[in-house]
Design a binder for this molecule. Structure first.
Ligand code: ATP
Ligand code: MG
Length: 327
């Protein structure tokens, strides 16, 4: 469990003050995967550094499993930080150590006895699906495999929180998918709480239960991913379910964006509209995604001249479909 209260960080460059975090609050229950998205410069990396108190926030508190990290001195912090495993974009493995030795490293620092260390490393390599590659050096592993080793290393000290800063940004789509699967699997098996910093909406859709959107040091949207997907007016919904449109909607009289989920199936709706109002509705653009086994979609519809728009909008609302008139 992680609780962040009114976290602020102001950097000073000479006489200039740069507010990087302007009051960020978060509450992430145990076992939840929480995504943090936001454009470059929003404060994502600053948040990561303040969460582990590698960098002291200017004010506010960070509490992990009931322990307020921001109230601890450096010495106590070093111990408390073991409850947070870190995963980075650039895995930073030690090149002159094998995969197994890299995973063992934090255990050596924590003075875990050699026998126990060996057992634990074997378990961890197995957990990340690399039970047979312990003897390989980082240069002999693919990017995805290196990230797996990074995850095993992060889990070595049995942290209750896994903090992942852009863990898949350097990976291709397929490898990204397998690493996100691994993170979910680790969460399911070990019950760790995960914070996943990313600039890719696809990562949020695939891996996260809940999400915060950071903008200019503030959280401007927060909630379950499923909610963000069905809130048509939200910026996040536009990122998660983008509508790529061509210029071809030019001759439609009325253009409406609809957002639907689950049972309200978009295509069925179209034939209902045609039958009921005797209109032709064209799909100008559409995106359909699956999140946690449920379908979410957005569609841009173009209606020809004379379509009874007020009635159509009423019909859509009556069917639980959110509609936004674009033109
Ligand atoms: N050490 C520092 N000293 C001064 N300003 C800093 C420092 N670190 C970050 N900043 C400023 O704080 C703001 C937030 O930066 P941060 O690195 O947290 O953004 P980010 O969301 O991680 O961006 P990106 O997606 O590009 O990594 C920026 O305006 C940045 O210039
Ligand atoms: Mg960053």
């Amino acid at each position: 469990m992680i609780t962040v209260q009114d976290l602020r960080k102001v950097y000073r460059l000479g006489s200039r003050e740069i507010p990087a975090l302007r009051g960020v609050s978060l509450h992430i229950p145990r076992g939840e995967i929480h995504g943090v998205v936001g454009p470059s410069g929003a404060g994502k990396s600053t948040l990561v550094r303040c969460l582990t108190v590698v960098e002291r926030p200017t004010s506010g508190s960070v509490t992990v499993d009931g322990k307020e990290l921001t109230a601890l001195g450096e010495r106590e912090l070093r111990t408390a930080r073991r409850s947070i495993g870190m995963v980075f974009q650039n895995v930073n493995l030690l090149d002159n150590r094998t995969a197994a030795q890299n995973v063992a490293h934090p255990l050596e620092l924590a003075r875990v006895p050699r026998e126990r260390r060996k057992e634990r490393v074997a378990e961890l390599l197995e957990l990340v699906g690399l039970g047979d590659r312990g003897a390989a050096y980082p240069s002999q592993l693919s990017g995805g495999q290196r990230q797996r080793i990074g995850i095993a290393r992060a889990l070595a000290a049995e942290p209750s929180v896994l903090l992942c800063d852009e863990p898949t940004s350097a990976l291709d789509a397929r490898t990204t998918h397998s690493i996100l699967q691994l993170i979910r699997d680790v969460r399911d098996r070990l019950g760790v709480t995960v914070i996943l910093i990313t600039h890719e909406p696809a990562v949020v859709k695939e891996a996260c239960d809940s999400v915060s959107r950071l903008h200019d040091g503030r959280i401007v949207q927060q909630g379950p991913v499923a909610e963000a997907l069905t809130a048509p007016e939200s910026e996040l919904a536009h990122d998660l379910l983008p509508l790529v449109t061509a210029a071809s909607d030019a001759h439609a009289e009325d253009v409406v964006d609809i957002t639907f989920s689950g049972d309200a199936k978009g295509t069925e709706l179209l034939s209902q509209l045609a039958r009921r109002f005797d209109v032709d509705a064209r799909i100008v653009a559409a995106t359909v995604e699956t999140h946690r086994g449920r379908q979410y979609g957005r569609m841009r519809l173009g209606f020809g001249p004379g379509a009874p728009m007020p009635q159509i909008l009423e019909f859509l609302a009556g069917n639980g479909v959110a509609a936004e008139v674009v033109r």
